[in-house]
Write a protein that binds this ligand. Structure first.
Ligand code: NAD
Ligand code: TYD
Length: 357
């Protein structure tokens, strides 16, 4: 069996932890290195079940530090990278865009430089594996849709938030390294994910937590913005398929064909929560509070994932209703996890974002 040394960045975060778990368990002959800075969004408790696995190593470090990145590539001679580390929350990007440039742009270029160096020198001599740099990105790089149409792989980039601008920039650098230096790359752009271990700054876990705390549910604007939701384990499965079978140099859109207006999603979530908590129907909905809209709020994202479905035979496996119930149940069963990540700095963040909104 083909041995590989794979660097996964951001593996202590939401999606990264699902990707690390999948690869560690499914490919015991691969050595998986998880590099993570452990920012507020990174949590090693997300990986407790696999941390003792013989094919798993955790490296604590910052992708924005080039000397460190070069040193680990020299030391471990990774032959593949699956790059997920990023600053990911749009609201935080509005407050502090530079942090997004440092991690998402500079951090990505540091990884590209280190991969280019190693793969054109030491690894060149070994022909056992074909190296690949797989960059995990978002559909937000395509900008905002009105009520019609979908993002395809050829939709021109039109990012509108500091977060999406930084991810678009990183995507451009990845393509530029392929075009200029022939670095073998893959890119995927995925729609909104939800599921276990998502940090409660994003819509679904934030609202689950607020219902549990009996706090208002702050719906931005009129709640009419539309997102296309995909269960996180289906995204991890897509990453596995693209990593192994994707055509080098190409981009794949990943999405669930599952568009929801925010307010409809919130109502469904409230219904599931009422049911699970044994509350009278309509109790959680009473917490819905319309608040000032997000600055520059993208109206609609919708992904056309036909390329991935037809060329690589991937399909989402979990319906939204089913995935949402699994997610709610996980948060209800893991309230210690939730309490830990919402203590300390989270309280300050919450106050700043939502007080007087
Ligand atoms: P997350 O915020 O939950 O986790 C990000 C992880 O990256 C954390 O573990 C954090 O500690 C780590 N990190 C941040 N800065 C770092 C640095 N400088 N050096 C090393 N590690 C650092 O993010 P997520 O939601 O899991 O997203 C993962 C990737 O998938 C991101 O690249 C994101 O753009 C992309 N993506 C996310 C979604 C989504 O809905 N969440 C959708 C499409 C694409
Ligand atoms: P979010 O989970 O932050 O993901 P993204 O902005 O990357 O799509 O937000 C999803 C949608 O929910 C988005 O339209 C903004 C909206 N939203 C609220 O209405 N209230 C909130 O408190 C949050 C965090 C998001």
């Amino acid at each position: 069996m083909l041995q590989r040394k794979i660097l996964i960045t951001g593996g202590a975060g939401f999606i990264g932890s699902h990707v690390v778990r999948l690869f560690v368990n499914k490919y015991p002959h691969y050595t998986i290195f998880n590099l993570d800075k452990l920012t507020y969004a990174g949590n090693l408790k997300n990986l407790q079940d696999i941390e003792q696995a013989p094919n798993y190593t955790f490296l604590k470090g910052d992708i924005a530090e080039s000397a460190y990145i070069f040193s680990i590539f020299e030391q471990y001679q990774f032959d593949a990278v699956i790059h997920l580390a990023a600053e990911t929350h749009v609201d935080r990007s509005i407050e502090n865009p530079l942090a997004f440039v440092e991690t998402n742009v500079l951090g990505t270029v540091n990884l590209l430089n280190a991969a280019k160096k190693i793969w054109t020198t030491s690894l060149k001599q070994s022909d056992a594996v074909t190296p690949v740099f797989y960059h995990v990105s978002t559909d937000e790089v395509y900008g905002s849709l009105d009520s019609g149409g979908f993002f395809t792989e050829t939709t021109p980039y039109a990012p509108q938030s500091p977060y999406s601008a930084s991810k678009a920039s990183s995507d451009h650098f990845v393509r530029a390294y392929h075009n200029t230096y022939k670095l073998p790359v893959l890119i995927s752009n995925c729609s909104n994910n939800y599921g276990q271990h998502q940090f409660p700054e994003k819509l679904i876990p934030l609202f689950i937590n607020n219902i549990l705390q009996n706090k208002p549910l702050p719906v931005y604007g009129k709640g009419e913005n539309v997102r296309d939701w995909l269960y996180v384990k289906d995204h991890a499965r897509a990453i596995d398929v693209i990593f192994h079978y994707g055509n080098v140099g190409e981009t794949y859109n990943v999405g669930g064909q599952n568009e929801w207006k925010n307010i409809d999603l919130v109502r469904l979530l409230c219904k599931i929560m009422d049911n699970r908590l044994g509350k009278i129907a309509g109790s959680s909905e009473r917490l819905i509070t319309y608040v000032t809209d997000r600055a520059g709020h993208d109206l609609r994202y919708a992904i056309d994932a036909q390329k991935l479905m037809h060329h690589l035979d991937w399909q989402p496996s979990v319906s939204f209703e089913e995935g949402l119930e699994i997610t709610v149940d996980w948060y209800l069963q893991n309230q210690t996890w939730l309490a830990e990540v919402t203590s300390g700095a989270y309280q300050q963040y919450y106050k700043q974002q939502y007080e007087n909104r």
